[in-house]
Design a protein around this ligand. Structure first.
Ligand code: SF4
Length: 309
C-alpha cells in the first residue's frame, strides 16, 4: 500500500513523522508530491526559484531604498542594513546579536520592497511576508545555512501553515494579525527549530510558543495599507520567532499542545471586533496620526469600511 502523507493537524503531522521516520520538511515534501502529482525535482526547482524571490526582494530594498507612495515607510531598511554591515564595529551599542539584526533586516526589507510595489513571496500572506525571510537571514548569519537547508525551512514552515489554514485562518480580515504575523511567526519558529536539528515535536513546541504569544494581535493598518504597523511588526516577529525557537531548543515545552493553540487563536479571531480585522476602523488606524495620513492620501472616508466602499 502506498504511503499517505495527508495531514490536517499537528497531531497527524507528528504521527507521519514518527511512522515514516521523517522530519516535518520531508513529510511536507512528500505531501506536495502526493497532492500535486509533480516529481520531486520539479518541486525543488520551484522552491529554489521562490527562495531566490526572497533574496531578491530583500536585496532590492537594500540596494535602492525608496519611500513608499504613501510616504509612510522606506527609511528602516537602510538603517538596519547599516547596522548589520557595521555590526562588528558598532554592534556593541545594541542589545541584540548580529543574527537578530539580520533577521530584522530581512523582514523589514521584504515589507518595504512590497510597499514600493516590488516583488515579494507572500509566505503565508503579503502582510506577513517578512517573518520567514527574516528568520532565514538570521539563521544564515548565525549558522551559515546552505540553500538546501533554507528550502527545508520553507517546507517545514509550509506544513505549519497548512495546519493553521485547516484549523483556523491565515487571513487578517478573518482572524486579525494574530492569524497573519502570528501564524508566520509560528511557521518560522518551527522551521528554525527543525533546521537546528531538533525533533518534529520540539519544532511544534517552538511554533506553539510563538503563536501563543501573538494571540489577540489586532489587524489595524493605517489607511488599509500593508505598511504601518505591518512592516516593523514583521521585523519584531522575526526576532520573536528566534526567541521561541531558542526556548524550544533549550527543552522548554509549550504547556498547551499546538493544535489547541491554533484552535484558541481561531476562537479569539471569531471574538474580535470587525474594527480590528483589516477594516482600518480601529487600533492604530484610527489614531490621530493614522487618520491624518489616511485623509491626506484620500485612502478612506474617515470611519468608513474599505471593504464595503
Ligand atoms: S496588521 Fe493586518 S494588514 Fe498588517 S500584517 Fe497584520 S494582518 Fe496584515
Amino acid at each position: 500500500m502506498s504511503k499517505n502523507f495527508a495531514f490536517h493537524n499537528g497531531k497527524k503531522l507528528l504521527e507521519h513523522c514518527a511512522e515514516y521516520k521523517m522530519p516535518i520538511w520531508e513529510v511536507m515534501l512528500n505531501y506536495e508530491i502526493q497532492m500535486s502529482g509533480k516529481p520531486e525535482e520539479e518541486i525543488y526547482e520551484m522552491l529554489h526559484t521562490r527562495l531566490q524571490v526572497i533574496f531578491d526582494a530583500v536585496q532590492a530594498a537594500i540596494d535602492k531604498p525608496e519611500m513608499s507612495p504613501s510616504g509612510m515607510v522606506g527609511k528602516s531598511t537602510p538603517i538596519l542594513a547599516k547596522a548589520f554591515a557595521e555590526y562588528d564595529k558598532t554592534g556593541g551599542e545594541l542589545l541584540l546579536n548580529k543574527s537578530a539584526i539580520a533577521a530584522m533586516l530581512g523582514a523589514v526589507a521584504t515589507g518595504e520592497n512590497n510597499a514600493r510595489m516590488g516583488v515579494i513571496l507572500a509566505f503565508p500572506t503579503a502582510g506577513a511576508a517578512g517573518v520567514l525571510p527574516g528568520v532565514i537571514y538570521g539563521a544564515r548569519e548565525r549558522f551559515g545555512l546552505n540553500k538546501e537547508q533554507m528550502v527545508q525551512m520553507m517546507l517545514t514552515a509550509s506544513a505549519i501553515g497548512i495546519v493553521i489554514a485547516n484549523t483556523a485562518t491565515l487571513s487578517g480580515a478573518a482572524g486579525g494579525c494574530q492569524a497573519e504575523v502570528g501564524s508566520a511567526s509560528a511557521m518560522a519558529a518551527a522551521a528554525l527549530t527543525e533546521v537546528r536539528g531538533k525533533s518534529p515535536e520540539t519544532a511544534l513546541h517552538g511554533a506553539s510558543i510563538a503563536l501563543k504569544n501573538m494571540i489577540g494581535l489586532a489587524c489595524d493598518p493605517i489607511g488599509g495599507l500593508v505598511e504601518v504597523p505591518c512592516i516593523k511588526r514583521n521585523g519584531v516577529a522575526a526576532v520573536f520567532s528566534m526567541s521561541a525557537s531558542d526556548m524550544a531548543y533549550l527543552g522548554i515545552e509549550s504547556f498547551v499542545p499546538f493544535d489547541e493553540v491554533v484552535k484558541a487563536m481561531r476562537e479569539v479571531g471569531d471574538m474580535m471586533s470587525p474594527k480590528i480585522r483589516e477594516t482600518a476602523l480601529g487600533g492604530l488606524a484610527t489614531t490621530p496620526t493614522g487618520q491624518k495620513v489616511a485623509k491626506k492620501m484620500g485612502l478612506l472616508k474617515i470611519g468608513s469600511n474599505p471593504c464595503s466602499n
